[in-house]
Design a protein around this ligand. Structure first.
Ligand code: NAD
Length: 340
């Protein structure tokens, strides 16, 4: 059986999820929506992807530009089993009634509130809870990164308390109108940032407090973690646990991978499309143990880390695959994740 997938919103996340769907043997990409006939729509068509106008009032713009579309979002919804909503934050929720009208399952992204779907997803943490669901929210890039490392450490050693400082990229590379361009912005000034409570939607038993700052960079986020464990863990034990997960890359600063710029250069050298790094990157030498208290620094490629999670959410919701391990293995293999 192949599941028919549509993508509403073909921006940073939408175009990556669309490419990932095209690489799955058990999925068909039925089409994507675009609000305007720009170069992204043209390139999608050149790749053979069916493009639909986001709404009927946008059809004229496509026809004026001489760009043929297959209809509107509503036509796409008639064609699919599941829609992956990749519209900007808070826009997704406005589409929920339309998805329900056409009785299609829907995945929302981290820019939406938990309540839009009533279930916040991260594959390694709670795949089973998404089995057969109609609505799921894939958590944000920062929450996804934290869920991966916290899950791995908690499972092996138990986490009594987690404290994290997030240094967030100010904007994505294509967002030339966003900032800050000359400031370090506590985001928010108060504690906690929304990430701690968001992680608890996925991992309810983790005691975590987060604080976040936005800075003038576009490449990646950095997280600094301080974890109080239930039992002692040595640095080499932590490295060996983290290295077992294909979606976590423990990288050696001794080889020169010691900054977000070098992680991206590494992704380029690996030949990754769009220099994507969907794995959570943990700097090996940042892992420090004082018995039960450990420290580590991790980097999150915000544009791509949620892509494999969206693919697994599709499999869980449509019952294409009933175990997290099998779905994640298929996703990771198709996207070339894991390894060194
Ligand atoms: P984006 O702005 O890059 O892309 C959104 C796309 O939706 C654009 O192509 C835009 O033209 C289109 N769009 C706008 N209004 C629309 C509408 N009414 N109907 C249909 N399409 C519409 O945004 P993004 O960064 O891809 O973010 C999408 C979602 O993913 C958000 O919830 C965001 O919070 C979440 N997310 C973003 C990142 C990131 O770093 N970019 C990471 C993880 C999660």
């Amino acid at each position: 059986m192949k599941v028919r997938v549509g993508i509403n919103g073909y921006g940073t996340i939408g175009k990556r999820v669309a490419d990932a769907v095209l690489m799955q043997r058990d999925m068909i990409l039925a089409g994507v929506t675009k609000t305007k006939p720009n170069f992204e729509a043209r390139v999608a068509k050149q790749k053979g992807i069916r493009v639909y106008a986001a709404s009927a009032d946008r059809l004229q713009a496509f026809s004026d530009a001489g760009m043929e579309v297959h209809g509107t979002l509503e036509d796409l919804l008639r064609e699919v089993d599941i829609i992956v909503d990749c519209t900007p934050g808070k826009v997704g929720a406005t589409y929920k009634p339309l998805y329900e009208k056409y009785k299609v399952k829907a995945i929302f992204q981290g820019g939406e509130k938990h309540d839009v779907a009533g279930f916040s997803f991260n594959a390694v943490c709670n795949y089973d809870g998404a089995l057969g669901r109609d609505l799921v929210r894939v958590v944000s890039c920062n929450t996804t990164g934290l869920c991966r490392s916290l899950y791995a450490v908690d499972k092996a050693f138990g986490i009594r308390k987690a404290r994290a400082v997030l240094i967030r990229r100010g904007a994505d590379p294509s967002e030339d109108k966003k900032g800050p361009i000359n400031s370090i912005l506590p985001d928010p000034v108060g504690i906690p940032s929304h990430h701690g409570p968001d992680i608890q939607k996925v991992l309810p038993n983790i005691d975590i407090t987060t604080s976040a700052f936005a800075v003038p960079t576009t490449l990646m986020h950095i997280h600094w973690l301080n974890l109080d464990l239930q039992k002692d863990a040595t640095e080499s034990e932590i490295v060996s646990i983290l290295s077992k997960y294909a979606r976590i890359k423990v990288v050696p600063a001794s080889e020169g991978i010691d900054s977000t710029a070098q992680v991206i250069e590494y992704a380029r050298d690996l030949g990754r499309r769009r220099y994507d790094m969907p794995e959570l990157v943990i700097f090996k030498e940042s892992i420090k143990s004082f018995g039960r208290e450990i420290y580590l620094t991790q980097a999150v490629h915000q544009e791509s880390i949620v892509v494999p999670e969206n693919i697994d959410a599709i499999r869980a919701m449509t019952n294409l695959c009933n175990t997290a391990e099998e779905s994640m293995r298929m996703t990771d293999e198709s996207l070339g994740l894991g390894g060194t």
